[in-house]
Design a protein. Structure first.
Length: 213
């Protein structure tokens, strides 16, 4: 039914994958979780690879960094099911119904965005401050607000999409700067007239890594 796809770069994803695995087990639906590491530090790869021991979870390490767009295309190619759920590795699942909330849309040719929320407390890292401020003001929007301009509001941090749509639209692997793949993908969805549905099923952004590099 659903393939949960997580690109990883220098983040500890053990708690995230454990929570997702628990939710699909409780939901009792056919599912897989695929984690592809984009050439992280050896320390983090060693800790993250333990998730491979969970039933239905694959942890794959790349020998060289290929970037945000390319890794999403690779994850889609690896997926076994027709509905693909993409998540950012620095996310935290806020509630026990996260997976359940996406299930009604599985098997439909739509893109579904769950949204993003940020901690009201600024990040400790100075280099993340500008990103946090932008997110609070421009990205932390309700589903109702996002639905007013559904394609412009498309974000890749937390979305469900059908395999058939991704066979028509791939992420542009020439893009290397943060955020541009969101904008272009949303534009391509609009150009092809593919429905984008926004729901209230946010992920917490900027989860702290459990392991310092």
């Amino acid at each position: 039914m659903i393939s949960i796809l997580i690109p990883v770069y220098n983040y500890n994803i053990v708690s995230l994958v454990n929570e997702l695995h628990n939710q699909v087990t409780v939901a009792s639906v056919p599912a897989e979780i695929i984690v592809v590491d984009d050439c992280s530090s050896e320390l983090l790869r060693d800790q993250n690879k333990d998730v491979d021991k969970l039933p239905g979870v694959k942890f794959i390490e790349l020998e060289k960094n290929i970037g945000r767009a390319s890794i999403r295309n690779k994850l889609a190619e690896m997926a076994s099911f027709s509905s693909l759920l993409f998540m950012d590795c620095d996310s935290e699942v806020p509630g026990a119904d996260y997976i359940k909330n996406y299930l009604p849309y599985c098997g439909k040719d739509v893109a579904v965005c769950g949204g993003r929320i940020y901690s009201p407390v600024p990040p400790d890292e100075p280099e993340m401050m500008l990103r946090w401020l932008y997110g609070i003001k421009r990205e932390q929007l309700s589903a109702k607000v996002r639905s007013k301009n559904p394609y412009h509001s498309f974000m890749t941090n937390n979305f469900l999409i059908s395999r058939s749509i991704l066979s028509q639209i791939r992420f542009d692997e020439s893009l290397i700067q943060y955020g541009h793949e969101d904008t272009l993908f949303g534009f391509e969805l609009e150009k092809k007239g593919i429905p984008v549905i926004h729901i209230q099923n946010e992920l917490h952004a900027f989860r702290k890594s459990l392991l310092k590099i």
